[in-house]
Design a protein around this ligand. Sequence first.
Ligand code: DGY
Length: 320
Amino acid sequence: MKPRIYVTRKLPNQIVERLSESCEVRMWEEDDKPVPREVLEEEIKEVDGLYCLLTEQIDASLLEGADKLKVIANMAVGYNNIDIDAAKRLGITVTNTPGVLTETTADLTFSLLMATARRIPEASEYLRDGDWKTWSPMQLTGQDIHGATLGIIGLGRIGEAVAKRAKGFDMKILYHNRSRNREAEERLELHYTELNTLLRECDFVCVLTPFTSETNNMIGKEQLDLMKESAVIINTARGGIINEKALYGALKEKSIWAAGLDVFEEEPISLDHPLLTLPNLVTLPHIGSASIATRMKMADLAATNLLDVLLGEEPPNRVV
Ligand code: DGY
């Protein structure tokens, strides 16, 4: 008998076909709406494998009702949506999709940095709104990227890929990480600093660290107050690493110059959120890895991880 799996969102046909060769597949068929919790609670009771996205909260109470579950394959590199301790305690393997999204997410991080520094969305809107009456010396002026100092918080794969891009812009690069990476320091000409020094000295700060109990609210009012008035902060990692209330205060008071966010504490962010009233904030709907090729690779890698565990092999990307 084939193992049974549940897929929490409509996947591209070729991935479903691949899964169906070895598994009995049930799937939440909607593309733009996450599976309701009560549906997931029922489905998970009967399956050997769960293929899920970062939009599903896979917590202990859900897992305790999943007697047959052997593997959770998350189609994301981040796995803060899954209670890893509970999965470990219950003997459930958890996998993620690192590597395949590194360059694409670094591209987006750098794009957001540039869009924020040079006010690109605001300038585009200015033109379309009919406000462009003439060219004038200080109209829509932004911050220079080339030659500026960039601070990377979290020097994982994506952090390094952002550093490579920054080198092309002749940026000086500081980084802060749980542990020093002397090999990367040499290869990419990076300078390790304490977090507060990085915040004080950088023109641009990119948050690229995973969301954990240690990084939750890592950047609050105290940290934002250290930053330059001309500084730009970018977050393409996870909402909640920068405290949104504190960020709102800093942007509103102009104690920092601008921010670019691809991720939020609550996703989707509510349209009446105060942050969305600010002109010096550029926002995106969590699209860091959203290129066609990369999303296909992530979907395929999550399938490989899931199938390997169900077929008794070691998966390429085991978290626990
Ligand atoms: C991840 O993989 O964790 C991203 O946030 C989505 O690609």
